[in-house]
Design a protein around this ligand. Structure first.
Ligand code: PLP
Ligand code: COI
Length: 341
């Protein structure tokens, strides 16, 4: 195995084409066997359902090189389950969960030379996705679908890595009550693009979305859930039916309780409480835990005591424990780590 000649330590979160990808097609009511292929291009009808009506869903997970040189992936069974839930909500066929895990394993194995070496801070991001591919003009679901998995080596999602970021409270809504906020559909991200461009233009790294109904409760950002640390060191995360059930957040809540002995709470979090928290972080596969130093609420700054220089102490402990598990430095809970090779 010869690792690719990539400046691993300076990667950002961008797309780099890797050698192989997995493709499986659904037609006549069934999935084919699927295969690893080299061609990264997709040819489809101008009227494909995904192009006209955005019938597309996706997942995101990472492959890591552990301290002892193995390649592992983190909780892929939960991504398989979440993609299946997204498929049901979007009137798409479920890609069998065991086959999902197998497809991810095959794709990572086929691109092993792109898995960043241990200690570089980079990882191999894995993107499984599915879309409606046959022509559809009246509004209805496709009949034919394609499931694919590609990989790309990535660095930190936010520039500066572990440096705290400043975010703003958005005036746009991300997800409606009873909408699609709790699944990973491309449409949720399409409608956040204007909000993220606006936030970037104003100098903010991300948006905090509030609940669309009352605009009083914290939901999530465009690509991560929130974790807060109270002044008495309790971990609090927003509970809502319209946010994505983050695998990182669920894992961190377990880690906080079982590894760090902290009290954890999943509950509604009001915007008015933000000023009382000691630390704030964004958690997700891409974000890992990105510390938030300040939140701008229409010109008024909410500054966390952890400051703008470094991660707060509890966020740091959570970060070190989770990444320790992912990189094989700490023993993982049963079933969390799947060894690829
Ligand atoms: N929320 C949104 C909107 C996301 O896109 C993501 C990323 O997948 C997350 C939260 C974090 O989820 P996970 O930890 O499963 O990656
Ligand atoms: C992930 O963390 O995997 C995501 O899908 C978030 C996306 C904004 C990159």
């Amino acid at each position: 195995m010869a690792k690719k000649n990539i400046d691993w330590a300076n990667l950002s979160f961008g797309y780099i084409k890797t050698d192989k990808r997995f493709v499986s097609n659904y037609s006549d009511g069934k999935w084919d066997e699927g295969a690893i292929i080299e061609d990264d291009m997709i040819t489809m009808s101008e009227c494909a359902c995904v192009l006209q009506y955005a019938q597309t869903i996706f997942e995101g997970l990472k492959a890591y090189t552990t301290e002892d040189g193995r390649i592992v992936i983190f909780r892929p069974d939960l991504n398989a389950e979440r993609l299946a839930n997204s498929a049901r909500r979007m009137e798409m066929p479920v890609f069998p969960e065991d086959k999902f895990v197998d497809a991810v394993v095959q794709t990572v194995k086929a691109n092993a030379d792109y898995v960043p070496p241990y200690g570089t801070g980079a990882t191999l991001y894995v993107r499984p996705y599915m879309f409606g591919i046959n022509p559809v003009i009246g509004v209805k679901p496709a009949d034919d679908f394609q499931f694919r998995v590609f990989t790309t080596p990535v660095g930190p999602y936010f520039k500066g890595g572990a440096k705290p970021i400043v975010i703003k409270i958005s005036d746009f809504d991300r997800a409606a009550p009873h909408g699609t906020g709790n699944i990973k559909a491309g449409l949720n991200y399409a409608m956040s693009l204007h909000a993220i461009v606006t936030a970037h233009e104003e100098g903010f790294a991300e948006n905090m979305y509030l609940d669309a109904r009352s605009r009083t409760k914290v939901e999530e950002t465009g690509g991560a859930n929130f974790l807060f640390v109270t002044k008495d060191n309790k971990i609090v995360t927003p509970k809502s039916d319209s946010i994505l059930p983050s695998i990182t957040r669920r894992s961190l809540m377990y880690v906080a309780k079982e590894y760090l002995g902290l009290e954890v709470e999943e509950r509604e979090v009001y915007k008015d409480e933000l000023k009382d928290f000691a630390e704030c972080g964004l958690c997700g596969t891409a974000a890992v835990i990105s510390p938030v130093g300040k939140i701008n609420d229409h010109g008024e700054e909410i500054c966390f005591p952890s400051g703008m220089e470094e991660m707060g102490p509890t966020t740091k402990k959570l970060y070190d424990t989770l990444t320790g598990i992912q990189m094989g430095r700490l023993e993982a809970p049963e079933g969390w780590i799947k060894v690829i090779e």
